[in-house]
Structure formats: C-alpha cells, structure tokens
Write a protein of this length. Sequence first.
Length: 317
Amino acid sequence: MKLGDPTILKNCIKKTFGGKLYELLSLSKHILTDSLIAIKNFFTQAEKRWLVLGLAKDILCSKENLGFFGWHMYAPVSPPWTGDGKIFQQFNQVNNHLLELIKAKKLKLMRFWPPYSLEFRINTFKWRHYNVFWSVKYAIQMNESSAKNFVEFGVGDGNAAYYAMQSLTLEKVNDPKFYLYDSWGPMQGRFLLNDEKKKGLEGRYDFLCINDTKANLKEFENITVFNQGYLPESIPFSENPDDISWMHIDINSAIPTREILEFFYDKLSKRGVILFDDYAWKMHKSTRKTVDDFFSNKKGLLFPLPTGQAIYFNSGC
C-alpha cells in the first residue's frame, strides 16, 4: 500500500478508536458533503457562510440531542418518534425489537454490509422506516373499504415489510393480506432504461434469496403472499388483490414502476396511499419523472419527503 492510501487511515481509525467512531465519521462525511453541495447551489455567498457555520455549530457544540443523522440526511429538529404519542411508542418498540433480533442473529438482512454494523445501518434508516410504519397506519384508519390488502413491490430481505406488517398487526385488522412482489434475483437489462444501465443497475441484488426473506418474515406467514418473478412480466401469473389500501413501490427502475402503476392504480382504495422509496434519489431520476408523469392527470396529492421518498394520497374521488 502507498503511504497516502485511504485504506490505511480507515484501518487505523478502526483499530485505535473502534468501529463506532469510523461509522460516525463516514456518515458525517456524507451528510456534510451533501449539505455543502446544496448550500453551494442554492444560496448567496453570505448565506452560505452562515449556513456552514450554523451547521458546524449544531453538530460540534450542542450539548443536547443533535436531532437525526442518517441516510445522507441531517435534521437538527427532534424526529417524530421522540414524542409521547401512541404511534411513536409503538414505532420505538418495533424498532428496538428488530435490533434485538439482529443482535441475536435471528434475521438475515442482506442489503447491509461492512464496515457498518447492522444496528448502525438500521438506525440510519430510521426515518425511512418511520414513514413506512406511519403510512400503513394512515391507510388503515382512513380507508373505508372492507378489504384490507397491502402490497409491496421490491421486497429484498423484507426489512421495510417488517415495519409495515408490525404496524398492520398493531392495528388489529381483521383478515388482512400482505402481497409481496420481487424477483429475488439480479436486476435485468431488459427492464432498465439506458441511463439506468449506465449507472450500473444491471446485475444488482444478485445476493437476494426468497427463502431468507421468508425466514425474516416468518412471524407473519399466515397473512403473507409471496409472488416471485420479474416485474412487470410476472403480474399476470401472480396472486393479485382487487382492492388495495396501501402500496409500497421500491423497484429502483422506471419501466416496472410505470407498469405497476398502470396495472394496480385503479385497484387502490378511495383513500388508499402509495409510498415510493426511490422518488428523489439522484440514481433514480427516471423513476421520479415516471411517477410525476403518471400523476400529472390524476386527482389526489403526491407529497415528496425529505428522506427521498414520496407518498401519494388518493383523493377519494
């Protein structure tokens, strides 16, 4: 290795101070980099100086809770789950339970990898998971349909589905069904746009295994339907619900996202919701355009979220 090799510095930090500090430094680097880019692009020179100083002061000098760090996001305000309400307490219980399962090695979450610990990565995704948990509760409480069907496209290891199913269980819905769609295989070029191929999406997620996902979600096996196959071609051969209260689309590609919306949108209940995972990420600009184009002539409200997600509220018309 050369003296200037960053690998030497990484290993030195890990050995001297431990993995936790390395994780914190790595996360801080991403957050500060993204924040500085935003400041550079959207503010005057004087505003930039004050924003940089304020950000540094909040992070380095505050003796109180610093807010939320995670998923390329820093929010100096108190995150929603720090409240005393019932939903906040339930979410914390579910999140803590998941962390306990991880520590006991009872879950196999494949999307997370070294140098970050699983516990660290789960906590950086906490706001994303809260939006999953909350949106399910909203769909249940606002939905007038007698059918309680919930759908996720792009399941992976079942991490997001775990929060959704826990939220569903806590609401004590009678006879719910949760439909899960995924190839549990590598992304294929025939379902990707050229710009998505250029970004290296082809072949991703080759490590996924449906049996691991089933094991992760075993406690919900009585309400779960697994539909394995590449979307959208697998839709005609899947067990599909006719009335849907909640949808989560996490496909990471524009073509299947469009086909899913074309086929399932009319099945969405009058006050149902659709949560998009990839809406505002730079890697998935084509997906955002696809979603915006689809809803351009639809009633209801598409609400982008600071986590990069977006949620569509059906208008009930």
